[in-house]
Design a protein around this ligand. Structure first.
Ligand code: ARG
Length: 394
């Protein structure tokens, strides 16, 4: 038997290598994707080999992640429950896709992941794998085994697996953000210790002088920074850095998981928060009122589908078609000021702007015919007026 394991190099997935060999008598091939989590891929491959993996893959999938996952999320202004930029959620279908790809190349019988039975990630991995190849067997050692931290450490000690400096937190990182769970964070009333944060300064420790940046969008996708063209990976890395310095993108929330559990989540997503805010503001300038208001519903649904693991649900494709159509004119520039935890839009322009100074101004250039408003308001309010009379029995 041959199994391809999604391998991060951390303690839990390292244990999975041994556990799969022992419990399924299977050869293990590891797959590690570089998604911007700043890891030593060579070191991870060596570690996997030492633990007995018969073959190791590491793949730099950052561009694919930006082009096919993060850019669509920007176009969809994707926030789960209005707050979480679904950074972990977006990476899972891509990892699932690569598991299936490598399983095919290696003629493997199964794929495996290190997620537990309580979270969203198991759902996301498995829905993606099943949608792409329903014949592959899926093994989830941490779930089957009910893996707890104590058990993991005991098993690691027994099998000579390096434990490293495993922190009390569970951390997941990629270009779109850093997710931190567990340990002291499980008390929803307790303020996170500063040690929780790895990418961002505390706002009060951020520079006293704001930084001004200009982001250029083409059809809904960010393509330029400060008047220069820039690739997506580089742009996002750059914004994580400068945004992190200014303390932007710290999120502390109670989140409703798919499995029904409420959990306390901390995120650091500087680039995501900056780009989503910029993009949304540009849309406000360009889309009509009807488009803006309607798209909010579509955007919310898009983020929910992705959060719930339904990347391959056909409805998501349908929503993508709608969203792409709306983005045809979303081209222009947004100027922002980054300061003490905030990314504030201070300017926006577009060749497709619907902003009309002659209509908007309160100054002498006013071209708006004020008399039109009077009759309009009478008709607009007519239903309520009639209902009011009925209520008062007039
Ligand atoms: N709750 C988030 C989500 O479902 C983040 C999960 C992060 N995973 C982790 N191992 N910390 O998308």
């Amino acid at each position: 038997m041959k199994t391809v394991l999604a391998y991060s190099g951390g303690l839990d997935t390292s244990i999975c290598i041994k556990w799969l060999q022992e419990n399924y008598n299977t050869d293990v091939i590891t797959l590690t994707l570089e998604l911007g989590q700043q890891v030593d891929l060579k070191g991870i491959e060596e570690k996997a080999k030492k633990l007995g993996a018969i073959k190791t893959y590491s793949i730099d999938a950052r561009e694919e992640f930006v082009d096919n996952y993060l850019n669509p999320a920007i176009k969809a202004n994707a926030l789960y429950e209005g707050k979480y930029p679904i950074s972990t959620a977006l990476s899972r279908p891509l990892i699932g896709k690569w598991l299936v790809e490598i399983a095919g190349r290696e003629k493997a019988d199964a794929v495996a992941h290190g997620s537990t039975g309580k979270g969203n990630d198991q759902v996301r991995f498995e829905l993606a794998v099943r949608a792409l190849n329903s014949k592959l067997r899926i093994i989830a050692p941490a779930r089957e085994w009910d893996l707890t931290r104590d058990r993991a450490i005991r098993y690691a000690e027994q099998h000579g697996i390096p434990i490293g400096s495993k922190s009390q937190y569970s951390i997941d990182e990629n270009l779109w953000g850093r997710s931190i769970e567990a340990g002291p964070l499980e008390d929803p009333m307790k303020k996170p210790e500063e040690e929780v944060f790895g990418w961002t300064n505390a706002p009060e420790k951020a520079p006293d002088k704001p930084d001004k940046i200009e982001i250029e969008f083409n059809k809904g996708i960010p393509v330029g920074l400060n008047k220069g063209k820039i690739g997506g990976v580089e742009l996002i890395q750059g914004l994580n850095e400068i945004g992190g310095r200014h303390g932007i993108g710290r999120i502390d929330m109670i989140e409703d998981r798919l499995v029904g559990i409420k959990s306390r989540e901390i995120y650091e997503c500087p680039a995501a928060i900056i780009l989503l805010e910029a993009h949304r503001e540009l849309e406000r300038l360009i889309l009509t009122r009807e488009e803006n208001l309607f798209k909010e519903n579509i955007d919310r649904k898009w983020a929910q589908l992705v959060y719930f693991g339904q990347w391959y649900e056909p409805l998501k494709d349908d929503l993508d078609a709608f969203i792409d159509k709306t983005q045809e004119g979303v081209t222009g520039k947004v100027v922002m000021e980054l300061y003490k935890g905030n990314a504030r839009v201070i300017g926006r322009s577009s060749p497709n702007s619907l902003y009309d100074l002659g209509l908007a101004t309160y100054d002498k250039g006013d071209k708006f015919d004020h008399k039109l408003a009077e009759g309009f308001i009478r008709l607009w309010g007519l239903p309520s007026e009639i209902a009011g009379r009925r209520k008062r029995k007039e």
